[in-house]
Design a protein around this ligand. Structure first.
Ligand SMILES: Cc1cc2nc3c(=O)[nH]c(=O)nc-3n(C[C@H](O)[C@H](O)[C@H](O)COP(=O)(O)OP(=O)(O)OC[C@H]3O[C@@H](n4cnc5c(N)ncnc54)[C@H](O)[C@@H]3O)c2cc1C
Length: 314
């Protein structure tokens, strides 16, 4: 029986690990890879204290910081299940050799993040980070004075188009819904205040009831092909922002309650609905998915796990 298993190797989990090791917990840190979405974030300009850093370098710094305490980050592990058992948890995971191991632990911190949903159209994968991005907050500023299109119809797509409207020339948005009262004017899941702003903005052009067919371009994005009731069109654009949803990496976390999207419910102290299981970062139902927020939640989860372990009775 160990004190804690931290699942993940990125912002939330590395921050949790730093606190766990400084409090001298007997813990293991297991993860599929080091860096998660941080490593894929491109240039990061909003981690306090570092004005400009590549995401993969920041992720590398996180891991170095953890290892500087002598912690071994066990990479290549894939967690398949967590089984609450009496007053402890069994974390079921495949190790790098593909063998299933069962780790008995008093507490667990889940920091497994999300992965963005894809459009699943030709050239999307090939032009990823060559004009295609899933993070407008991060990459939007690169499109100053350029033509962008956001694909999606939820709040994240609305926010993407509104942000780009201030810098791009112009900012298109493609919604798959028609402009009818039943669909809230093409954005059935969006907040009214955002929809109103979007519709009033002179620099935003809305394409309704359209299905994206393909992203075009050789070495970088040059356009987007879509179909509407009239036919197939190609729009010349420099950037395609894909905001069609995200999938939390929470499928293995069977016992904890999740929302419809699969995000793990946590309270303000990062407790899940199962005592002894804590969650932090993008995998939770926190609305803002950012590195500094994930790191902060990782610290809260660690401090709460320490409190839980201190009062744990065999
Ligand atoms: C393109 C892009 C650009 C971005 N740019 C910025 C930016 O500039 N600034 C910013 O603040 N935020 C940015 N973000 C958001 C940021 O990347 C996330 O908020 C951050 O990565 C969340 O950290 P996390 O630790 O919660 O999850 P992640 O970074 O996703 O890490 C999850 C970890 O869990 C591991 N894992 C997942 N499933 C399992 C499993 N079953 N078993 C074992 N391990 C598992 C993964 O290997 C990984 O190590 C960007 C996101 C994207 C997609």
């Amino acid at each position: 029986m160990i004190d804690l298993v931290i699942i993940g190797g990125s912002a939330a989990s590395c921050s949790a690990a730093i606190y766990a090791t400084r409090r001298q917990l007997n813990f293991r840190m297991i993860t599929q890879n080091i860096g998660g979405e941080v490593a894929l974030s491109g240039v990061v300009n909003n981690w306090p204290g570092i004005i400009d850093i590549q995401g993969f370098e920041l992720a590398d710094q996180f891991a170095k910081h953890v290892r500087s305490y002598g912690v071994k980050i066990e990479e290549g592990w894939y967690v398949e299940n967590i089984v609450p058992t009496k007053n402890y948890q069994v974390v079921v995971a495949k190790n790098p050799a593909g063998k299933v191991e069962k780790l008995q632990t008093k507490a667990v911190i889940i920091g497994t993040g999300i992965h963005p949903k894809k459009l699943s159209v030709p050239s999307e994968e090939r032009l990823d980070h060559k004009g295609v991005t899933s993070c407008t907050v991060c990459d939007g500023p690169l499109y100053k004075g350029k033509v962008t299109v956001t694909v999606g119809s939820g709040n994240s797509a609305l926010e993407s188009a509104l942000m780009l409207a201030e810098i791009a020339k112009p900012a298109y948005i493609i919604s798959k819904f028609p402009d009818t009262p039943e669909t809230q004017g093409g954005f059935p899941k969006g907040e009214k205040i955002l929809i109103d702003k979007l519709k009033a903005h002179k620099n935003i052009k809305i394409i309704y009831a359209a299905k994206t067919l393909e992203i075009t371009g050789d070495k970088k994005v040059e356009g987007i092909k879509y179909q509407d009731a009239i036919g197939v069109h190609t729009l010349a654009v420099d950037g395609v922002m894909v905001h069609v949803g995200a999938i939390p990496n929470s499928g293995f976390a069977g016992p904890v309650a999740k929302n419809k999207q699969g995000e793990i419910f946590v309270d303000t102290k990062c407790h899940t609905t199962v005592p002894g299981i804590f969650a932090a970062g993008d995998v939770t139902d926190i609305p803002h998915k950012q590195i500094v927020i994930a790191a902060g939640q990782g610290v809260i989860a660690a401090l709460e796990a320490i409190g839980y372990i201190n009062t744990w009775m065999p």
